[in-house]
Write a protein that binds this ligand. Structure first.
Ligand SMILES: NC(=O)C1=CN([C@@H]2O[C@H](COP(=O)(O)OP(=O)(O)OC[C@H]3O[C@@H](n4cnc5c(N)ncnc54)[C@H](OP(=O)(O)O)[C@@H]3O)[C@@H](O)[C@H]2O)C=CC1
Ligand SMILES: O=C(CO)COP(=O)(O)O
Length: 295
């Protein structure tokens, strides 16, 4: 049995994908009961040897405190950095699960397109190559899986691109043009690389699907929730209203705070994340931030 934990957009898309490939029982669970195929309660889900985590990043620490995943093989599909602990998700998981039992899924993948079986490329990173290869077997043909050992790089890439997507959405919402957006996205990639290097990530990771790939996807499409947050901020909407209307998680909002604090603490130059932080948390006007970044 394989269990997906988190029955939101991404968890249900992963259920849809894995169900097509794996013959045994696949189940899905969530905090709130949902009337969907394969839904079971959390206790039943925790009977599986293989667990896929697709819940909001900020909820993961409390989830791990409450439920015992020790001795499970865990694939983490969430993207974010814990804003209170200032820890990457691999660091949080390593406190509860053996490093050899952990793998991380990332890459350009809108849930909607995965649910339509559209071609998608993803990366599974783990310090245990055998485990990464095992998780790779769960995925159907339309999802091409690359195996990697750069867990730190995958974590930074998946989390940081959401922050740059908010900035790119602001650029779009302010109608600053395609030139400006290309500048933001490419300088965003440089910023992600600089931040990642500090935490031991490999440069190559940021040039590949989980880095540039996910950044180009998310920072240039209204299918992205983070990009839409940016568009709405540019229109002058209040953050709480934007998030309520969205009804789904926009991880970049919380990851921005984590990156801002980590870069202050470690003296890392992160100009785009810093401006997004000022817009989200100090009330700086988006138009002033974009002017400070672009001119
Ligand atoms: N959607 C996408 O295209 C992709 C999303 N991701 C990542 O996957 C993760 C989940 O995103 P997604 O499914 O899209 O978001 P949704 O908003 O659709 O779902 C959020 C999920 O997190 C759970 N959750 C939220 N808060 C808590 C909490 N306090 N305690 C326990 N569970 C909680 C929700 O549970 P409940 O349903 O019970 O409320 C739900 O299962 C995010 O990190 C996102 O970045 C990664 C790749 C693609
Ligand atoms: O991570 C994603 C695509 O790879 C989803 O992006 P959003 O959370 O911005 O919708």
């Amino acid at each position: 049995m394989i269990s997906i934990i988190g029955a939101g957009s991404w968890g249900s898309a992963l259920y849809h994908a894995i169900k097509q490939k794996v013959e045994g029982e696949i189940v899905i669970t969530s905090r709130r009961r949902r009337n969907i195929e394969g839904f079971v309660d959390i206790e039943k889900a925790l009977e599986s040897e293989y667990i896929v985590i697709a819940i909001a990043a900020q909820a993961i620490k409390n989830f791990l405190k409450k439920y015992n995943l020790k001795d499970k093989k865990v694939l983490v599909a969430s993207k974010g950095i814990d804003k209170d602990e200032l820890k990457f998700l691999n660091e949080i998981f390593e406190e509860y699960v053996s490093i050899n039992d952990l793998a991380f899924l990332s890459g350009p993948s809108f849930a909607k397109e995965v649910k339509e079986n559209k071609p998608t490329a993803l990366v599974i990173a783990s310090k245990n190559m055998e485990l990464a290869k095992k998780f790779k077997t769960f995925f159907p043909k339309f999802i091409k899986i690359y195996i990697d050992d750069d867990v730190e790089g995958i974590e930074v890439a998946g989390a940081y691109k959401n922050v740059i997507a908010i900035a790119a959405g602001i650029c779009e919402g302010l109608n600053l043009g395609a030139n400006a957006k290309a500048a933001l996205i490419s300088r965003g990639l440089v910023e992600i690389d600089r931040f990642g290097e500090f935490f031991g990530a490999k440069k190559d990771t940021f040039l590949d699907v989980a880095g540039a790939g996910d950044l180009f996807l998310t920072a240039n499409s209204t299918m992205s929730r983070n990009y839409r947050v940016g568009i709405n901020l540019a229109k002058g909407k209040v953050l709480d209203d934007i998030l309520n209307e969205l009804g789904e998680v926009a991880e970049g909002v919380y990851t921005t705070e984590a990156i801002y604090k980590l870069s202050q603490k470690n003296n890392i130059y992160t100009p785009i994340a810093t401006e997004v932080y000022k817009i989200l948390y100090t009330g700086k006007k988006p138009v002033e931030s974009l002017r400070d970044l672009l001119i």
